[in-house]
Design a protein around this ligand. Structure first.
Ligand SMILES: [Zn+2]
Length: 423
C-alpha cells in the first residue's frame, strides 16, 4: 500500500529514524560502584549507557543532552550477576518425577518463568547445566530470550547432559522396552560421546555437560564416587568440542574421575568435592574453574524428610566446606554456580553468601561471580565488568557488597542489555 508522504510521516513518525541514529542514553548514579577486578568500590558511581552498551563508567560520567538520569541513592552499582550452574528445567519438587510426569512443552513454559525469576533477582547471564530430559528445549528458551519474546538472562545451554548406561542420571527401570534415560543422553564410549555432541551441536547447544562421576557417598568421613568415563573418552569429547569452538563441563567429584576430566582439559569441574592435590594443582595451572554449588546441598539438608537424613546431608556439606578451604589454599580458580532449580529460582544469590561463609573473601566471591563467570561462559569481553564498550548488564544492591556480601540477595535494580527490567 502506498501512502501520501505526509500521512506516512504521521503514521511512522520521524522519531523512530532519530532514535536509530542516536541511541537512547541513560545515566545511572549511585553512592558507590563496584570495581570487581580491583576488589574495591569507587564513590560515587556512575555509568553512562547508550543503546545496549556501556559508554563510560566512573565517579562522574558525561551527561549527554536528553539522557535519562536514574539516581539509585545509597546503593552499589555492579555488573549483572552470573550463575554458572542453573537448571531452568527443574523446579521445586520430586526431580525424577517432574521430568517424567510433565510434558516437555509444559516444562518449557515453566522454564521460561524460571528464567524471568532469575533475571529479576539480578542474574543477567547463566550457564544452564543440562535440560534434565527436556532435550534441546533449552535452546528454544535461549532463543526466545535473545529475540526479546520473553524476559530472561543471557543463556549458555547444553541440551541434555550426557551420561553412561547405569550412570548418575539413569533413572529408568530394568525392563529393556522401558529403558529410556529420563534426564540425560546416553553415551558409553568416545564414539558415542562424539555422536551425541554432534547432534546437540546441530540443535544449537553452546557447550556439553558430561556426568563424569556417579552419586557421592560419604561414610565415616571417607568420600567415594565412581568415575564414569576414562581420561581418553573425555579427551575425545574435548577435542570434538574444540573442533566447533565449544567447551566441555563436567559434573565431577572425587578421584580418579575429576583428575581424568582436568587432564582431558574440561573448562569447569562442577560440584568439585574431594579433589587430589595433583588435580587442584592442574586446575590452578590451566585455569580450570571449580563451581562448588553449595546452595543445593544446604537446601536439601534443610528440607530433608527425616532428621537422620538431614544430619547426614549437613555432614556432607561440612565435609565439602572443609574441602573448599583446601581448594582455596591450593589456588584453584572458582566461578559461582548454585544448581538452582531443585530450590526456588531467583534465590540463588545465596551461593555467594555460602562461599564467603566457608572462607572466601567478599571481594574474591564477587570477582569469582562476575569476572570468572564471564570467562567460563566465554563472554569475558562482553559482560562481567562495568567498562566502556561492555554490554550494559548492570544491577544495584543496597549498601556495600564488600562489607556485607548478603546484599546480593536483595538486588534493587536490574538492567539487561541497556533496558531497565526491574526498578
Ligand atoms: Zn546441576
Amino acid at each position: 500500500m502506498r501512502l501520501p508522504f505526509s500521512l506516512a510521516v504521521v503514521l511512522l513518525g520521524p522519531v523512530s529514524l532519530v532514535a536509530q541514529a542516536v541511541p537512547h542514553a541513560t545515566v545511572l548514579h549511585a553512592a558507590r560502584m563496584l570495581d570487581a577486578a580491583a576488589g574495591k568500590t569507587i564513590s560515587p558511581g556512575e555509568v553512562l549507557v547508550e543503546g545496549n552498551r556501556i559508554r563510560e563508567a566512573g565517579a562522574h560520567v558525561a551527561r549527554p543532552a536528553g539522557a535519562e538520569v536514574i539516581d539509585l541513592g545509597d546503593a552499589t552499582l555492579m555488573p549483572g550477576l552470573i550463575d554458572a550452574h542453573t537448571h531452568l528445567f527443574l523446579h521445586v519438587g520430586n526431580e525424577a518425577g517432574q521430568t517424567v510426569d510433565e510434558s516437555v512443552p509444559q516444562r518449557t513454559l515453566i522454564a521460561a518463568d524460571a528464567a524471568k525469576a532469575d533475571l529479576m533477582a539480578g542474574f543477567t547471564a547463566e550457564r544452564d547445566m543440562g535440560s534434565e530430559g527436556a532435550g534441546c528445549a533449552d535452546v528454544a528458551v535461549r532463543n526466545a530470550i535473545n529475540s526479546g519474546l520473553i524476559p530472561g538472562p543471557r543463556m549458555r545451554v547444553s541440551c541434555n547432559a550426557v551420561d553412561i548406561t547405569g550412570g548418575h542420571e539413569d533413572n529408568s527401570g530394568k525392563n529393556p522396552e522401558q529403558h529410556l534415560m529420563s534426564n540425560a543422553d546416553r553415551a558409553d564410549t568416545a564414539d558415542d560421546l562424539i555422536r551425541v555432541m554432534r547432534e546437540q551441536h546441530k540443535q544449537g547447544a553452546d557447550f556439553t555437560k558430561i556426568y563424569e562421576t556417579g552419586p557421592d557417598r560419604l561414610r565415616d568421613r571417607v568420600f567415594n564416587t565412581p568415575f564414569q568415563y576414562t581420561q581418553s573418552d573425555l579427551a575425545a569429547a574435548v577435542a570434538e568440542a574444540k573442533r566447533t569452538g565449544s567447551r566441555v563441563a563436567v559434573h565431577a567429584t572425587g578421584e580418579p574421575g575429576t583428575g581424568y576430566a582436568v587432564a582431558a582439559g574440561v573448562v569447569s569441574v562442577d560440584h568439585a568435592d574431594n579433589l587430589s592435590p595433583t588435580t587442584m594443582k592442574l586446575m590452578k595451572e590451566r585455569g580450570i574453574f571449580a563451581v562448588p554449588t553449595f546452595t543445593i546441598g544446604q537446601y536439601f539438608a534443610d528440607h530433608a524428610e527425616t532428621p537422620a537424613s538431614s544430619a547426614r546431608r549437613h555432614e556432607t556439606e561440612a565435609f565439602h566446606a572443609a574441602e573448599f578451604k583446601k581448594q582455596l589454599a591450593a589456588g584453584v580458580p572458582f566461578a559461582v554456580g548454585s544448581d538452582v532449580g531443585p530450590f526456588p529460582h531467583g534465590t540463588q544469590a545465596h551461593e555467594m553468601v555460602l562461599m564467603h561463609q566457608y572462607g572466601m573473601s567478599a571481594a574474591d566471591v564477587l570477582r569469582a561471580d562476575v569476572i570468572n563467570g564471564a570467562k567460563l561462559l566465554d563472554w569475558e569481553n562482553e559482560i562481567g565488568q562495568l567498562r566502556a564498550g561492555f554490554l550494559a548488564d548492570i544491577v544495584a544492591v543496597p549498601g556495600n557488597p564488600l562489607e556485607d556480601i548478603g546484599v546480593v540477595e536483595r538486588v534493587s535494580f536490574v538492567m539487561k542489555d541497556g533496558t531497565v527490567v526491574r526498578r
